[in-house]
Design a protein around this ligand. Structure first.
Ligand code: NDP
Length: 342
């Protein structure tokens, strides 16, 4: 039984030295518990936050503890009524081969589900994040312009495709010409721009001749700088993530020691003058109210091919740390998953 623990807290970008692979005996499930064998592990940007000690909406992983993460797993032993060996479940087993659960974090997946990994992507947390943030906060109308950051990832890909289905013009932002090509040609966005291009801000202005009505924010940094001057009156900004800042100490609530100009008045001024609606959200809070509605909407769209899916699959638990570090640098193309066993 292998498991990957947090060896030390990162300062800035995580490195391989922050993780440690350990071998421990396979645990046993007691009464009121099930033993799970991990099939798929999801790697997600929020895990960077859990590696820091700073307070957030969820507690940090303690140094020496197994890294947390969503998993699809098979029940091996069951001490809980309603779970049988062989059941395939959505769980939160973390970065390890086997996990013991008390059942509170489990959901049995339908028998015969054809693509189990999708329960961690388009039909799971990232897809739900996209659906909720776009439709409940962004609320795009036909004819409006929607700009989507991190457009090739599991959240951005769904945001853009859903916005197109709602009749909006959709402009994606992604890292590099190949990701942009796939977003345009395979996901059907109207345009997709490379945020690394030196004239990115000018390209964005040219791609949004009627301004921006919804900006789905997952990045921050210079992407947001380019978006701000283009926002229309009454534009909506669902603030889903700020990945460009996850390695900054100010993001963790630290003190800003940057001697640069104070840009807060300029931003607040635009919120006031253009009556912008800027709303953060944490998807965990919305499962009980909206997850069923999301699945009801999304499943047919995925099955009919109206929503297309990109997955980036890494083989072997031991490769999870490098893949995770790569994701924070934009090396993944689509939902990043580790195939742990079959
Ligand atoms: P992705 O698979 O899209 O991975 C992150 C991507 O961010 C990278 O591939 C990279 O793509 C891009 N990126 C990284 N650094 C930068 C940078 N400095 N500037 C611009 N782009 C950068 O992840 P997800 O789709 O899973 O998540 C997208 C966002 O949604 C994240 O911010 C995540 O934290 C957030 N999120 C929030 C939730 C919530 O409840 N609020 C729930 C789930 C996700 P590229 O190469 O294109 O730049």
């Amino acid at each position: 039984n292998r498991r990957i623990v947090l060896a030390s807290r990162p300062s800035g970008a995580p490195t391989l030295a922050n993780f440690r692979l350990e071998r421990v005996p396979v645990p046993r499930a007691g009464a009121g518990q099930v033993l799970l064998k991990t099939l798929w592990l999801s790697l997600d940007p929020y895990m960077r936050g859990r590696m820091s000690a700073a307070p957030s909406y969820a507690p940090p992983v303690a140094v020496g503890d197994v890294m947390v993460g969503g998993t699809v797993a098979r029940v091996e032993q069951s001490g809980i009524e309603g779970y049988r060996p062989g059941d395939i479940v959505l769980s939160y087993g973390g970065w390890q081969d086997y996990a013991v659960s008390d059942g509170t974090d489990l959901m049995v997946l339908p028998a015969g589900m054809s693509h189990l990994s999708r329960a961690l992507g388009v039909l799971g947390m990232p897809g739900f994040t996209a659906w909720y943030g776009l439709l409940k906060i962004g609320a795009p109308k036909a004819g409006e312009t929607v700009v989507v950051a991190a457009a090739s990832g599991p959240v951005g890909a769904v945001v853009g495709q859903l916005a197109r289905l709602h009749g909006a013009t959709v402009v994606g932002v992604a890292g590099g010409p190949e990701k942009c090509r796939r977003v345009r040609e395979e996901l059907g966005f109207d345009a997709c721009l490379d945020h690394r291009a030196p004239d990115f801000a000018a390209q964005l202005a040219a791609a949004c001749p009627r301004g921006i009505d919804v900006y789905f924010e997952s990045v921050g940094g210079k992407v947001f700088d380019a978006v701000l001057p283009l926002l229309n009156t009454f534009a909506r900004i669902p603030v889903c993530g700020l990945i460009a800042h996850y390695n900054d100490s100010v993001y963790d609530g630290g003190v800003n020691t940057d001697p640069g100009p104070d840009r807060l008045p300029a931003f607040m001024g635009q919120i006031l003058i253009r009556r912008l609606r800027v709303q953060g959200f944490i998807i965990l809070e919305h499962y009980s109210e909206f997850y069923a509605e999301f699945l009801h909407d999304m499943q047919p769209l995925v099955e009919s091919g109206k929503i297309r899916v990109f997955e980036d699959i890494v083989d072997g638990l031991e490769n999870a740390p490098a893949a995770f570090i790569g994701m924070l640098e934009g090396k993944n193309s689509g939902k990043l998953l580790v195939k742990v066993s079959s």
